[in-house]
Design a protein around this ligand. Structure first.
Ligand code: CA
Length: 213
């Protein structure tokens, strides 16, 4: 039996996570998943390890929970999570301790869910903040791959697909939510002015932006 020509890879989901901070909010929480993709059952995948980097000036990781990628095949799985807040880095590892007898993990599945808290400082932050979510191999631990098989042997992988978190501050009068209050917003407001929810030119988002306090 030969290996498939497709190598597994890790992926951030959703790839772009857009969040809006409302006028009276200073923080918001949301989840980001780390997914396994295209695992080949003939590689006997038994362990995963990765580092994920985030922008720690406005993001914090407040919770990590493991996914079910390995647990669909065995009940004994080891998990390791470590957050380095100073570095904006999280280490995620999991491994099968008791291999299943029939099927090896394959296909797609969830490795972990990260719960982020984003804090917004109205005085010093721009209206749009972004953080890349970059996945890398944990080379400082001696690894050259994200994956090991049941013999603790590393195997090839396709490039990891990182993600992005975007945080937008809603400002009074910013009708089109581009972070600037200018004549363009006034035009949009003018178009919707005095309309009712039943009218064809009613724009629910625009009117709420204008009327919210
Ligand atoms: Ca605007």
């Amino acid at each position: 039996m030969g290996f498939s020509t497709v190598f597994p890879h890790l992926e951030v989901f959703p790839e772009v996570n857009t969040n809006t901070i409302r006028y009276n909010q200073t923080s918001t929480t949301f989840n980001v998943d780390i997914m396994m993709k295209d695992a080949d059952p003939e590689r006997y995948i038994a362990g995963v390890e990765l580092l994920l980097f985030y922008n720690n000036t406005f993001l914090d990781i407040v919770d990590i929970s493991h996914g079910d990628f390995f647990e669909r095949y065995t009940s004994l799985v080891y998990y390791y999570f470590e957050v380095s807040r100073e570095l904006g880095r999280v280490t995620i590892a999991s491994a099968i301790l008791l291999p299943a007898t029939s099927y090896w993990p394959n296909g797609n599945g969830k490795i972990a869910t990260l719960k982020f808290n984003a804090t917004y400082d109205l005085k010093s932050y721009p209206s749009v903040l972004q953080s890349q979510l970059n996945i890398t191999v944990a080379v400082d631990l001696g690894m050259t791959s994200y994956f090991v098989d049941t013999y603790a042997k590393e195997f090839p992988y396709d490039p990891a697909i990182g993600g992005c978190i975007e945080l937008r501050m809603k400002m009074h009068g910013d009708v089109n939510l581009d972070g600037i209050v200018n004549a363009g917003d006034a035009v949009l407001l003018g178009l919707a002015f005095a309309s009712e929810p039943s009218d064809p030119d009613w724009n629910d988002r625009q009117m709420k932006t204008w009327t919210a306090t």
